[in-house]
Design a protein around this ligand. Structure first.
Ligand SMILES: [Fe+2]
Length: 241
């Protein structure tokens, strides 16, 4: 499994509270069959520019190796209500050195400049991934905006916890719809703490197998990421027997 969205780095956002918590998250990821994690702290200018992220990343990467997990670096970039707070230049904010940028919508709205932002990201040569679209209540009601983002070439990443119902029935139904209609490209943990990580991930995988079959589930949990990131992940699929 390849987890492309995780808040495993301690002390840089609302994710892992300490290195010990990060280690517990790595143990949980290992249990779930995850062999590659992209650490995606919430982007902030301070975090990015003062080099703090590099020190924290190096410490957790070394711990991850003990669990047989390859740790890669990325960011989750929130689409603020106020466009002036967005970075102008997305270079260095990509997932693991690829051309992918993980963008997070507010939970309650889709800022009207979002299509323009997507275009700006693309003009810089990047491909936007919308993080957990199923959790954005406004997007669930605004089919036109959803189609506009998909037509523009945005990829969609669903949270495992949404699939298991942890984020509510509405998010689960929206996640199921996106997956069944083939509009989603990835499932990731978006884990902020050890609690629930392996259980939700494993349950989500089994649920997606039920919805669309094992081949498509493997695409969402591993193969699509492996294709994009250009390496083969050695993690075993979850036993669904
Ligand atoms: Fe996140």
């Amino acid at each position: 499994m390849i987890d492309i969205h995780s808040h495993v780095l301690p002390g840089v956002d609302d994710g892992a509270s300490s290195l010990e918590a990060a280690k517990l998250m790595l143990a949980e990821a290992q249990k779930a069959g995850v062999r590659t994690i992209i650490a995606t702290p919430h982007y902030s200018r301070e975090l990015h520019e003062n080099g703090m992220i590099d020190q924290v990343f190096d410490a957790v990467r070394n711990e991850a190796l003990r669990f047989g997990i390859k740790l890669l670096k990325g960011y989750e970039v929130k689409i603020h209500h106020y466009p002036g707070r967005m970075p102008r230049d997305f270079s260095g904010l990509d997932l693991a050195g690829t051309k992918l940028i993980l963008l997070e919508l507010p939970l309650d709205s889709v800022p009207s400049y979002t299509p323009d932002l997507v275009y700006r990201v693309q003009l810089q040569g990047f491909v936007p991934i919308i993080a957990h679209p199923e959790r954005c209540r406004r997007l669930g009601r605004d089919r036109e905006m959803l189609e506009e983002l998909l037509d523009a070439g945005c990829l969609m990443q669903i949270d495992a916890a949404s699939i298991t119902g942890v984020n509510g029935g509405r998010a689960k139904r929206f996640a199921r719809k996106l997956i069944k209609k083939g509009k989603a490209s990835f499932v990731a943990s978006d884990a902020h703490r050890p609690y629930g990580y392996s259980v939700w991930y494993t349950k989500a995988y089994k649920k997606v197998v039920k919805w669309v079959g094992q081949d498509k589930a493997d695409d969402l949990f591993r193969n699509n990421a492996a294709d994009i990131f250009g390496y083969v992940d050695e993690g075993n699929a979850v036993d669904v027997s």
